[in-house]
Design a protein around this ligand. Structure first.
Ligand SMILES: O=C(O)CCC(=O)C(=O)O
Length: 264
């Protein structure tokens, strides 16, 4: 059972819109996630059977890659698969996230981000731009560093305090051949932003109005992350009225307690 947030976490959440927990996940958890997505990408029939969405890295389309995963940007809808369900529905995660939302919550979105060598970053955005929900918030994202995230390999950057902003206008990422679904905020000063340097296993917990981005991977290695989003049970999702939805609502906490992990 979680005793709630620490005073430091609560203050950072309120004032800055995020907090981090170092060493949240074991090295074995990160390794198991990376091994599983590699297996899925290398086996298209498995990807179909799991119902996941594999998105290619746009600037590598047509480029010969050594391994199939080197040409993949993200895999969505993983949170019913055992490795990812176990983490998404663990008491450590859902008790923590419920402190920020409500006693009863669902996980509705998951994505593994490969960010292999040469992959592009995601421009400045607020996740709530993608979430036309009732109620619109709170929605909480958790970003698990599966590998180290550095300035060179394309770590996240956040704008502390921007969670108090409304959802700004987002324009399509202006780079030719930008990745699927990338939109950008261009009407706000990001000069006070901070990089979020992480080691594998570190976790960032962030508000869906927090402005954030990631930079390009200019290293020779992978910068992988696993991201989940949570909202209150009973939230009405209008995504289908705007664009094809990749949300999949799974109850993870009911009657104030974690539900049993539900693998597909
Ligand atoms: O990890 C990244 O490169 C970008 C992730 C991100 O911006 C998000 O999950 O909203």
């Amino acid at each position: 059972m979680n005793d709630g947030l620490t005073a430091t976490q609560r203050a950072s959440w309120t004032e800055r819109g995020f907090f981090r927990i170092d060493d949240f996940a074991a090295a074995e958890t990160c390794a198991a996630m990376l091994a599983r997505v590699t297996e899925v990408v290398r086996d298209p029939a498995l990807a179909v059977a799991l119902g996941v969405k594999v998105v290619p890295e746009s600037n590598k389309v047509g480029v010969e890659v050594e391994n199939p995963e080197d040409g993949v940007s993200k895999i969505f809808k993983l949170h019913r698969d055992a490795v990812f369900a176990c983490f998404a529905q663990s008491a450590a995660v859902v008790d923590l996230v419920s402190e920020l939302i409500a006693p009863d919550i669902d996980v509705f979105l998951s994505q593994f981000i490969f960010k292999t060598a040469g992959a592009w970053g995601q421009p400045w955005h607020q996740d709530s731009f993608y979430f036309p929900f009732e109620p619109a918030r709170p929605v909480v994202g958790i970003w698990l560093a599966v590998t180290e995230a550095t300035l060179v390999n394309g770590c996240l950057h956040v704008l502390p305090g921007s969670q108090t902003e409304p959802v700004h206008t987002h324009v399509p990422d202006r780079r030719p051949g930008a990745n699927y679904g990338y939109f950008e905020i261009v009407d706000h000063d990001m000069a006070a932003s901070e990089p979020v340097l992480m080691n594998a296993g570190d976790l960032l917990v962030f508000d869906s109005h927090l402005m954030h981005r990631s930079t390009d991977n200019e290293s020779a290695g992978i910068r992988a992350a696993m991201v989940y989003h949570y909202a209150a049970a009973g939230t009405v999702d209008h995504t289908d009225e705007y664009f094809p939805s990749i949300n999949d609502w799974v109850p993870v906490r009911r009657d104030g307690r974690p539900t049993a992990p539900r693998a597909a």
